[in-house]
Structure formats: structure tokens, C-alpha cells
Design a protein around this ligand. Structure first.
Ligand code: ADP
Ligand code: C5P
Ligand code: MG
Length: 214
């Protein structure tokens, strides 16, 4: 009898916004989604300053993995060049590792989950359910303009790859946003405005999230 009780998994953690990592660390996560060039990274930097989160960009973690000379480097590089989504096991591991290593327990996870596979893998592995999902809504015309002016030397900021990334966003990422929308988790922001105006809208989302948590 005792053995049966001991072996039973604790499914309760799955239902909380505060999930656990394998180390037992409890964390709070906000997913930051939106098309390429919608301003996720720009706004995350502002949120970090005002609300004490740590910013984890899935794309930045993947680019760092290429630079580190990892075994997966060539595969990741090829996927990024084609605007394709890297297998979830790679990205989830990088995110988990970054959360474990951080002293903070509040994270903005930017550019993830990018597809249904990303979403399910993260949830299954970490049991973390996001507090909410910040969605930067922006026209393709504006995103294209921003990406072509970004000037960070990225291999994927060229018109050919940008078109592929837009297609992947519509086909694979929008369904994830719809999934969270059906759960009442999406906070949609008009991201086509100037940076300061977008941040005003972001601030009101985070301020009411703080109030609701009290
Ligand atoms: P993402 O992380 O969503 O791909 P970034 O934050 O890197 O987007 O922004 C893409 C480019 O657009 C950057 O060069 C950034 O400076 C610029 N940018 C970001 N937000 C705005 C905005 N609201 N208006 C105009 N340009 C912006
Ligand atoms: O978010 P960012 O624009 O930095 O992502 C750049 C690229 O990194 C994506 O186009 C994709 O190839 C890869 N990526 C991924 N899986 C994620 C996030 C980014 O494969 N969850
Ligand atoms: Mg970015």
C-alpha cells in the first residue's frame, strides 16, 4: 500500500502558474510572443528594468549555443538561416538550464513557444504554466521595415528569410497564441506604435498582474 502512495506522481503542480524545475526551484514565467520584428526584445529590456524579471530570449540562447561550438551548432545555424523552428528538446533544455542557473525566480521567455511542439514539450518537461502571455500584434509591413533596419548582422534578417519567418509565424506560432487565448491567458498589445507608447500598454498589463497577485 505504502509503495503505491509513494510512487504516485504529484500532478497538482501542473495546475498552478508556479511550476517547478528539476532542482525543485519554483518559478513564475511570462511568455512574450509576436511576429519577427514586433519588438519583443526591445520591450523585454524595459520590463526587466521596471518589474524585476530576467529576460530569456530563445533565439539569443540558440545563437549563443552556435557560438559556443556545441555539437548542435551547425543544425541550429541551418534552421535559423531557413527561418525554421529548432527541435524542442534543444530549446527547452537551454531554457531550463538558464532558469536553474539564474538567481531570479521570475522570467520573461521571449520567442517561445513558437509552435505546438515547443508548447507541449515545455509543459511536459517543466510542468510550468505561464502566468500570462504577452502578445505583440504588429503588421507584416511594419515588421519587415524594422527587420531590414535592425542592423545586428543577423543571418536571418534578409528579405528571403524574413518571408519564410512570417509564414512560419502564421502557420505555427499563431495557433499557440490562439491556444492560450482560449484559456484567457493572452494580453494583446498594439505593437505598431512607437516604443514608448507600446511600453505604456505593457506597463499597465504588468501593473494589473501585480495587483491581481496580491
Ligand atoms: P523582436 O525581438 O520581436 O524580433 P526587436 O525588439 O529586436 O524585435 O525589434 C526589431 C527592430 O525594430 C529593432 O531594430 C528595434 O530597435 C526596432 N523596434 C522595436 N520596437 C519598435 C517600435 N515600437 N517602433 C519602431 N521600431 C521598433
Ligand atoms: O526570436 P528570434 O527572432 O531571435 O528567433 C530567431 C530564430 O531562432 C527563429 O527564426 C528560429 O529559427 C529560431 N528559434 C527557434 N525556436 C524558438 C525561438 C527561435 O527555432 N523557440
Ligand atoms: Mg528578438
Amino acid at each position: 500500500m505504502g509503495a503505491v502512495v509513494d510512487a504516485a506522481p504529484t500532478l497538482a503542480s501542473n495546475e498552478n502558474t508556479n511550476g517547478g524545475l528539476s532542482s525543485g526551484k519554483k518559478v513564475t514565467v511570462v511568455f512574450v510572443l509576436g511576429g519577427p520584428g514586433s519588438g519583443k526584445g526591445t520591450q523585454c529590456a524595459n520590463i526587466v528594468e521596471h518589474f524585476g524579471y530576467t529576460h530569456l530570449s530563445a533565439g539569443d540562447l540558440l545563437r549563443a549555443e552556435i557560438k559556443s561550438g556545441s555539437q548542435n551548432g551547425t543544425m541550429i545555424q541551418n534552421m535559423i538561416q531557413e527561418g525554421k523552428i529548432v527541435p524542442s528538446e534543444v530549446t527547452v533544455k537551454l531554457l531550463q538550464q538558464a532558469m536553474e542557473e539564474s538567481k531570479n525566480d521570475k522570467f520573461l521567455i521571449d520567442g517561445f513557444p513558437r509552435n505546438e511542439e515547443n508548447r507541449a514539450a515545455f509543459e511536459n518537461v517543466t510542468k510550468i504554466i505561464p502566468e500570462f502571455v504577452l502578445f505583440f500584434d504588429c503588421s507584416e509591413e511594419e515588421m519587415e521595415r524594422r527587420l531590414l533596419n535592425r542592423n545586428q548582422g543577423r543571418v536571418d534578417d534578409n528579405i528571403e528569410t524574413i518571408r519564410k519567418r512570417f509564414k512560419v509565424f502564421i502557420e505555427s506560432s499563431l495557433p499557440v497564441i490562439q491556444y492560450y487565448s482560449s484559456k484567457g491567458k493572452v494580453r494583446k498589445i498594439d505593437a505598431g506604435k512607437p516604443v514608448e507608447e507600446v511600453f505604456e500598454a505593457v506597463k499597465s498589463v504588468f501593473s494589473s498582474a501585480v495587483k491581481n497577485a496580491q
